[in-house]
Design a protein around this ligand. Structure first.
Ligand code: GLU
Length: 266
């Protein structure tokens, strides 16, 4: 009897170990199918990639691409606000299934999450008041330069100009306010946002110098979920193939794409 009990307990322990070792974690595609919609983290403060328009709608280049991807995959979309700081943790925690949020993909960021192929090619620039005398990042020694927490921009700027004083903000509107009020001398982040702000400012702001880093954007997906990553990658490539990418690009940037995302042969 005692032997039987030992045998029974050993079999149970073996079964429990087997279950805990099996890859029971459902992938993002299954999770989305179960939920009925794809939850996508987008920016609300980074025109023209993700922002709130005059009608209160969340719109932009990232949002149009996401809507196309969802349609291709047959999913509904729920947009959720992320910031430069929250987008990676929110993906890791499962709060969002995809981060389409002006995010540069780089090796360090690829440790906790994975990335799609590059879908936009930017570089870091400087936005300043139009009376600013500086000609490039070199002229910002001893100056106060705003950057956003969680963005590549602050560390990049300090690498280029270690004598600058980088002042961090949570979101872009706060940094813009500080620049307008003269609390900082400039804001540093990707060129497209800087150029858009300069244009919208009616002569109050300008872009200083040329872009001085490479910032290729990738959408963030959860680590080790290649089925979902493939699906999103192929949808981005389909957008290039059927002309949607160029159309959406022209809508938000006012010109033809200078560089297209890579397309893998079928
Ligand atoms: N592309 C840069 C980054 O991923 C800056 C833009 C942003 O804050 O999202 O950090």
């Amino acid at each position: 009897m005692k032997r039987l009990k030992v045998l029974f307990l050993s079999v149970m322990a073996f079964l429990i170990a087997l279950v805990s070792l099996s890859p029971a974690k459902a992938g993002t595609l299954e999770k989305i199918k179960r939920k009925g919609y794809m939850t996508v983290g987008v920016k609300y403060d980074f025109k023209p990639f993700g922002f709130v328009n005059e009608k209160g709608e969340v719109v932009g280049f990232d949002i149009d691409l996401v809507r196309y991807i969802a349609k291709k995959l047959g999913f509904k979309v729920k947009l959720v606000q992320v910031t430069s700081k929250t987008r990676i943790p929110m993906l890791e925690n499962g709060n969002i299934d995809l981060a389409a949020a002006s995010m540069t993909h780089k090796r360090k960021r690829d440790l906790p999450i994975d990335f799609t192929i590059s879908y936009y090619f930017d570089g870091q620039a400087i936005l300043a008041r139009s009376d600013c005398k500086a000609k490039s990042y070199k002229d910002f020694a001893g100056k106060r330069v705003a950057a956003i927490q969680g963005a590549t921009s602050g560390p990049n700027f300090l690498k280029a100009q270690p004598n600058a004083k980088v002042v961090y903000f949570q979101e872009y509107p706060q940094a813009l306010m500080a620049l307008m009020k003269g609390k900082v001398d400039a804001i540093t982040t990707d060129y497209t946002w800087c150029a858009t702000q300069a244009k919208d400012s009616h002569g109050k702001l300008k872009v200083v110098g040329e872009p001085f880093t490479s910032e290729p954007y990738g959408m963030g997906v959860r680590e080790n979920d290649s089925d979902f990553r493939d699906a999103v990658n192929f949808a981005i490539q389909d957008a290039v193939l059927d002309g949607t990418y160029a159309k959406v690009y022209k809508k938000w940037f006012g010109k033809e794409p200078t560089k297209l995302p890579e397309v893998w042969p079928k």
